[in-house]
Structure formats: C-alpha cells, structure tokens
Design a binder for this molecule. Sequence first.
Ligand SMILES: [Zn+2]
Length: 165
Amino acid sequence: MGDEFDDLLAANAAYAADFKGGDFDGIAHAGVAIVTCMDSRIDPLRMLGLHHGDAKIFRNPGGRVTPQAVEALVLGVHLLNVNRILVIPHTRCAMTASTQEELRERVGRSAGQDAAWQEFDVVEDQMAALEEDVAKIRSHPLIPHSVKVGGFLYDVDTGRLERML
Ligand SMILES: [Zn+2]
C-alpha cells in the first residue's frame, strides 16, 4: 500500500490518542436527522448548534430524499431516537446549476472517456424537489405523524437557514 493516506492516518492517531467515545451509543442525542447535500460548504452540525452524537446525517449530491435516505430516516425514527427531520438543500448547488447532459460532458472530459451512461440526479426546480421530498417523508407509512418534518434552504453565502416548508 502507498502513503496516500498517511496524513489522515497521522491525524487519526492524534485523535484516537485521547479518544473517550468508547461507550458512546449510536442514537441521535438531540433527536435530529438531517438530509443534506455533500457540498463541503455545509457544516450540518455546527450550523444548527448541534454537536457530535446529536444527529443522524444523510448526505448525497443535492440533498435529495432518495430510497436510501428514506431507509436511513425509517431506521432513525424507530431505532435511533429521531423525532425531527430536516431536509436541507442549499443555494448555488451544482446539482441545480447543470443539466445531466452538462455533467456527463464535464465528467466525460475529466475522465477522458464516455460518461453518458452515468446517472446524475440533477434538480431542475429546487423548490418543487423539496416539496416532493418533504411530502415523501410526511406520507411514508413507517414515519409517524408525531415526527416533525421540515423543508429548509441553506444559504452558503450567509450561513443562514430558512424554513420553506
Ligand atoms: Zn449541493
């Protein structure tokens, strides 16, 4: 094996040296689950005043409520203490700024080969997608009405979160 990850492993060694999380459980201590984008401008815990262990976080390109996100939310609600769910797409998201064709072209150029077969789940209308995603959770037979579900928009320029739904 090469040394490509050595910097990260060294950082981990320092982290583990005074690690005290051995008896930490895997529930969401603040009862919060978050579905948001993979965008590195988003710091899901800190932007909500939460800490390590407080929330279940599911991220993907665009912050969409995909079948796997639903799977995570159902597990979160029934087994991991989740009672509030936030769906958080954001401003200036690459998944809203491009068409699937454009992404295939850009990735194809980077890869030096055809990428036309790769699916990119682009979002044409961000608010319509958020409505659909929130409705999908609220109407899910395994997510009880006692669980609060909100749709939000995170502004990557101001750090502000606005409730939309
Ligand atoms: Zn994004």
